[in-house]
Write a protein that binds this ligand. Structure first.
Ligand code: SAM
Length: 342
């Protein structure tokens, strides 16, 4: 069990870190004022330290799998056709990203959809079409795994732990909402582990939700809702579990607060909200400089504020009490319970 996990993760690590290194070599270097560099720049963790932090992540997950907390993940490292297609598309897209990055062009979009908020209409990470096309959604998972050298899916799976604990005391036939589902990769993991959950996937991007729908077509009991996290079209107290991965750092602070408020409204009393997103400053001091560097290296307009925000306090204002917090390499998972008097 443990061996097949290690083989799968090592293969993923080698594959995606090779892509990372090639893209790093290819990309136009990021301009840093060498005379007057930002303070964090001198404290950047070495590759060796990063590797050690990643090994800690995989080792922790290996323990969960040995304890049979959840199923051994499907890494799909033998799906050669899709993997090579992903690699080809990734490299074909790189020059476009690099051009946008060097020209600092983050409003390079075809869609001028008036219904979408301004904060969202941009090329996050300088990615082609922002979050607004199926082409972007099809590239997304490969790009995220490359950014994290094959550890993205592992970091997301830390969302499973509070869900497992909650389901120990509850029937699995519950209503589960995912906010900012993206192209649906994590929902595959949820369905694989908890097939009876009634899942609603939601996302502001129609195109990403369409790709998620295609990816998840073999599963039952999944609904799709194209909507904003800050304006959820659901009745009060209609979900037992709500989950969100890598959405909160992508929105301005005021929208984050509205999303907390909406999540609290549609969550049942004693229901749980699981939030997996980037680490914040102070969570792991070795990685702090990397967090500060991230918005320097790419278009992440709301990230600097996100890494400094008191999420626990922001959630508590809306009756969501944090009861679980776990770092997972460059991410962390927080779980909140909806207070029954709110
Ligand atoms: C970084 S991706 C994360 C996707 C996925 N959850 C994952 O684990 O990779 C952010 C997603 O949030 C969506 N999004 C951004 N702002 C949103 C908002 N205000 N409401 C709902 N979804 C939003 C984007 O369209 C995108 O699919």
């Amino acid at each position: 069990m443990s061996l097949s996990y290690l083989i799968g993760q090592s293969t993923k690590f080698v594959w995606y870190s090779t892509h990372y290194l090639i893209s790093f070599k290819y990309a136009t270097p990021i301009k840093i004022d060498r005379q007057n560099p930002p303070p964090f720049f001198k404290k950047m963790p070495s590759g060796k330290k990063l590797f050690y932090e990643m090994i800690k992540l995989f080792n922790e997950e290996r323990k969960y799998i040995n304890q049979k907390k959840y199923k051994i993940p499907k890494t799909n490292v033998n799906d050669f056709a899709n993997i090579f297609k992903g690699s080809f598309n990734f490299f074909m897209d790189l020059p476009k990203i690099d051009k946008r990055r060097t020209e600092k062009k983050f409003k390079d979009l075809n869609e001028k959809n008036k219904d979408l908020p301004k904060y969202f209409l941009r090329n996050f990470h300088y990615q082609t079409d922002g979050y607004l096309s199926e082409n972007s959604a099809n590239l997304y998972e490969f790009q995220v795994e490359t950014l994290f050298s094959g550890s993205a899916a592992t970091m997301r799976r830390f969302s499973l732990l509070p869900i497992i604990e909650y389901l120990e005391n509850n029937d699995e036939n519950l209503n589960f909402l995912d906010v900012g589902t993206g192209s649906g990769e994590f929902i595959k993991t949820i369905k694989y582990n908890f097939p009876k959950l009634n899942i609603t996937c939601s996302d502001i991007s129609k195109a990403y939700l369409e790709v998620a729908k295609k990816k998840l077509k073999k599963f039952n009991n999944i609904n799709y809702k194209n909507c904003k996290g800050e304006d959820l079209p659901f009745e009060n107290e209609s979900f037992d579990i709500i989950n969100s991965v890598y959405l909160f750092h992508e929105v301005p602070s005021a929208i984050r607060s509205k999303i907390f408020s909406e999540i609290s409204r549609v969550l049942k009393k004693d229901g749980i909200f699981i939030l997996t997103d980037s680490l914040q400053l102070g969570d792991n001091y070795i990685l702090d400089p990397l967090l500060e560097f991230f918005p320097y290296s790419t278009h992440e307009p709301y990230y600097s504020k996100y890494i400094r925000e008191d999420l626990v306090n922001a959630a508590e204002k809306f009756g969501l009490k944090m009861y679980y917090c776990k770092n997972a390499y460059l991410s962390k998972t927080l779980a909140f319970k909806k207070l029954n008097y709110f």
